[in-house]
Design a protein around this ligand. Structure first.
Ligand code: HEM
Length: 474
């Protein structure tokens, strides 16, 4: 396989180790090292989010995530960024801590118990945590999936939505062409998925509508809306027109936040659990660091102490490298007149991408790339090399706006869990292997140590099954 893979009739993927040794090594090297920043994802490039993102959209108007025009995107980005300032993230901390506390309580056995818990399946528990938290942050009410089993009926619907997004990214025509639309092919093939998805959207829409109504009422009465994420977005007014987002735009943005802030955090948490539980040395160092850094769990807060947990941060960066959350190629469509990537002309309307997973397993930058090794991040020189081809949050003007919040959420949650106790791979032989690669899974899926991810735009995973125990001196 060469440096450029033709993935569909009008789709090209730029990457692979061979690309570095192939016909245009320098150019390909540059585009990979910068995640195509000068080439695909950078500023002022003739690429935009095209039909694949339009096919994924579920609201009538676009949000910052699926806005096609770069102009609309930069207007929106300025507004939505208000919700992710350091100040807004810090203001969200009480809600984050509350949800982490609920997460921790369901994972560990009851206080006073010194034995190991029953095996817990971490993909589901982390998903409940992630959606409870983002719902609390975005619409001011937690979905309470962690604590109320009856609320978990919506979990299959939530997962179905990601399946639909993955399909739309891979095959946008199914959702966009008139022929397919009238046939409602997605609804026929994925009947239960479509039904569950509708329920999920109806629920989210009703919550969003209630939240917007409350905020508008507060606005009318000049009541304080606090400093949280959504209030900060609502308050922003265009410096020239004085206008803020209307209800339809706000609904689209909140829908995006609910989706973008849940699946990604689920994978971020779960893969960190996976690699820590399978790397005794890393586990030992990370837990020792946390217990040394914080005398009590009440001290675990966003700030310098948490940022000083260098080893834990290295573990997170490394787990996001080996198993990054968005598994799908993030396609960009060439605009009028086409564009050039790596010396290859891309005609108008054709799509290109550099897949994050492939980039993170490029052996030139990440030798022994499937090995989870936090030490890559600790030596200055090695870290610079690793970082040059590390892009779990993408790059450029359309990178993840929630990066700061996401890193803080995962670090806070993992530090809290490591502070309170220990976890280990489930004793049950069968459960212990869930999530591993296996010979019969076929090429690329045979590495036992690699957490297996399946592409549903984000990553769909299973496991790991872990047991938890409160630590004695706690
Ligand atoms: C570990 C966690 C996360 C990862 C790995 C991640 C990764 C990414 C990536 C790769 C993109 C680019 C998508 C594309 O090009 O289509 C993105 C965009 C985005 N993310 Fe995240 N994300 C995470 C958490 C979050 C959270 C917690 C939020 C919000 C609460 C969020 C909100 C967004 C939004 C709104 C965009 C669109 C930004 C734009 O187009 O300007 N993300 N994220």
């Amino acid at each position: 396989m060469g440096p450029v893979v033709r993935y569909g009739p009008n789709r090209l993927l730029f990457n692979s180790r061979e690309s570095l040794e192939g016909e245009c090594p320098k150019q390909v090297l540059q585009s990979i090292a910068d995640f195509g920043s000068p080439e695909i994802y950078g500023h002022h490039r003739n690429f935009f989010k095209g039909r694949a993102y339009d096919a994924m959209r579920i609201q009538p108007v676009p949000s910052v995530f699926n806005a096609a025009s770069n102009e609309l995107h930069s207007q929106r980005r300025k507004i939505v960024a208000q919700g992710f300032s350091d100040q807004a993230v810090k203001a969200s901390e009480p809600k984050i801590l509350k949800q982490i506390d609920a997460y921790r309580r369901v994972l560990f056995p009851d206080e006073g118990e010194s034995s190991w818990s029953e095996p817990r399946e971490l993909t589901s528990w982390s998903a409940f945590f992630a959606i409870d938290l983002i719902a609390d942050l975005a619409v001011g009410r937690s979905t309470e999936m962690l604590t109320s089993p009856e609320n978990r009926v919506f979990n299959p619907a939530r997962k179905a939505n990601f399946k639909r997004m993955g399909l739309a990214m891979q095959w946008p025509e199914v959702f966009l062409s008139n022929t397919f639309r009238s046939l409602k092919i997605g609804e026929i093939v994925y009947r239960s998925v479509a039904e569950a998805g509708k329920q999920w959207h109806a629920l989210l829409n009703s919550w969003i509508a209630t939240r917007i109504a409350e905020l508008r009422e507060d606005e009318k009465e000049s009541r304080s809306q606090g400093e949280d994420m959504v209030s900060a977005v609502m308050r922003y007014r265009d410096p020239e027109t004085g206008e803020n987002l209307n209800d339809a735009d706000l609904t689209a943005e909140l829908t995006t936040l609910l989706i973008a802030g849940s699946g990604t955090i689920t994978t971020g948490m779960t893969s960190l659990f996976w690699y820590l539980s399978r790397s005794p040395e890393a586990y030992g160092k990370a837990s020792a660091e946390v217990r040394r850094m914080f005398r009590s769990s009440n001290e675990i807060r966003i700030g310098t102490q948490l940022s000083s947990c260098e080893y834990l941060r290295a573990c997170l960066s490394e787990s996001m490298r080996v198993s990054p959350a968005p598994t799908t190629p993030l396609y960009r469509e060439a605009g009028k007149g086409g564009a050039t990537v790596c010396g290859t002309f891309i005609p108008e309307g054709s799509e290109v991408a550099t897949t994050i997973y492939a980039l993170h397993h490029n052996e030139l930058y990440h030798p022994d790339s499937f090995q989870f090794d936090p030490n890559r991040w600790l030596d200055k020189e090695a870290a610079a090399k690793t970082k040059s081809a590390w892009a779990p949050f993408s790059h450029g003007p359309r990178n993840c706006i929630g990066l700061n919040l996401a890193v803080n959420e995962v670090l806070l949650a993992m530090a809290t869990i490591l502070w309170h106790g220990d976890f280990r791979i489930a004793g049950d032989e069968k459960l212990a292997t869930v999530g591993e690669g296996r010979n019969d899974f076929g090429p690329g899926r045979r590495r036992e140590s690699e957490f297996q991810m399946f592409d549903t735009f984000g990553a769909s995973t299973d496991g790991p099954y872990l047991q938890f125990r409160i630590r004695a001196a706690n």
